[in-house]
Design a protein around this ligand. Structure first.
Ligand SMILES: [Zn+2]
Ligand SMILES: [Zn+2]
Length: 411
């Protein structure tokens, strides 16, 4: 096998229960032993779907101030954003909390059910590819943390009660996480392998350049496959094959520069407007954090500070260091940079936390003339920062780090 992150050639591990294989060069987790991945995947995705509708449609929380009650579900929170002309932010929240989590569970259910029936239908591969791509964009776990922060934020001003939707959301998040950790993607792909592709023989070579790896299903092919077969797609999953992600460095730079430009209005403009007795007061991201610290809620202040300021900055600086080290062919700290890149990939989605909190507050803190909260322009720019940094990490091919180091070595 070949490591998808650094192209190191390795012998395939024979794992037993509780064991995990890791690449010795870049420390990427290659495979983990899973017990009954099909049965668990099917049962957990089905359970998740049972929770899905009530979690999205039932009210999550009720806030009460002086006898005025205000409650909202995830669906209502998204519709409220659309109604207050925050169409882009509303769409991103609706996609990441409703559409993608639903598609994720449905695709996993259909794939596990199909594989348990012994089916090798060609429709299963695009479904599993969809699952693979959505796992990063379904953000209900981040949203749940946003709900908890909203509860703590509002508990000083209003009495907060939990509704049925909240408990269903907890159930949905736990079963979705359990389903994602229970399945074994490599085994699923090998079960879906058509006869035509299982027989393709590999060269007996220790040079990584003689191999071609599908970036979606990690099928290993000889580099000559593209010429000899006359095809451009992976024989197992249909994904277009390239030795490395196309125009990876230029695209990552472009998205990174977009993120840097958007960071300025995202932090300087107000992100939220609070109306109290008709008097509007606008606050930036930093104002919100200072508010928590002055209030004595250091824990929440720190969580928002890390998610909204530290994480986006870390992503931008980290990716810039990685891109520069490829440009200048720096050979030191390669393993650390590879680990840092995977950390950037992992934390990318957690920056959406502040946007989720604002979405919830906008629909929940509606007490008529007494007080109301609405989203201000920076919420759009901040969503842009999160999306562009996530897309930058997705466009980057970590193997280029090792390619640049190898090129510097052979020179
Ligand atoms: Zn590796
Ligand atoms: Zn493939």
């Amino acid at each position: 096998m070949v490591c998808p992150s650094c192209s190191q050639i390795l012998s395939p591990p024979q794992l037993q229960q509780g064991q995990m294989a890791q690449c010795p060069r870049c420390a990427r987790q290659l495979h983990r032993y899973k017990n009954h991945p099909l049965q668990k995947g099917l049962a957990l995705s089905l359970t998740g779907l049972v929770f899905f509708l009530p979690a999205n449609l039932l009210p999550l929380l009720t806030f009460s101030v002086l006898g005025i009650h205000s409650q909202s579900s995830i669906m209502q929170a998204c519709l409220h954003m659309f109604a207050s002309s925050q169409v882009v932010v509303g769409s991103v929240v609706a996609l990441t909390t409703m559409v993608f989590p639903l598609l994720l569970l449905v695709s996993l259910l259909l794939v596990t059910f199909g594989l348990m029936q012994g089916s090798k239908k060609p429709q299963l591969t695009p479904l599993f590819r969809l699952y693979h791509h959505l796992s990063e964009w379904a953000m209900l776990d981040v949203f749940l943390v946003g709900v908890l922060i909203t509860i703590i934020k509002m508990s000083h001003m209003a009495s907060v009660s939990l509704n049925g939707g909240f408990f269903c959301l907890v159930g949905l998040v736990l079963t979705s996480i359990a389903a994602q950790t229970a399945i074994d993607p490599q085994r699923f792909w090998s079960l879906m392998e058509p006869k035509t592709s299982s027989g393709i023989s590999l060269p007996d070579s220790s040079n990584p350049e003689d191999y071609l790896l599908c970036s979606d299903c990690h099928k290993l092919l000889p580099i000559a496959y593209l010429q000899t077969s006359g095809r451009t797609g992976c024989p197992r999953c249909g994904h277009t094959l390239h030795p490395r992600k196309q125009n990876s460095i230029a695209r990552t730079w472009a998205l990174l520069i977009t993120a840097v430009i958007l960071t300025l209005p995202a932090n300087l403009l107000p992100i939220m407007e609070v109306d109290t007795f008709g008097i509007p007061e606008r606050s930036t991201i930093m104002d919100g954090i200072i508010y928590f610290f002055k209030d004595g809620s250091y824990g929440i202040g720190l969580v928002i500070f890390i998610a909204s300021i530290v994480v986006p900055l870390f992503k931008i600086i980290g990716l810039a260091i990685i891109l520069l080290s490829i440009h200048f062919r720096w050979r030191s700290w390669l393993r650390h940079k590879a680990i840092m890149f995977r950390f950037i990939e992992f934390i990318g989605r957690w920056s959406m936390l502040d946007i989720f909190v604002i979405t919830l507050l906008c629909s929940l803190a509606q007490f008529g003339f007494l007080s109301s909260i609405s989203a201000a322009p920076a919420s759009l720019y901040f969503t842009g920062v999160v999306l562009s940094t996530m897309l930058a990490a997705l466009s980057f091919d970590p193997r280029l780090l090792w390619d640049a180091a190898n090129a510097a070595e052979t020179k």
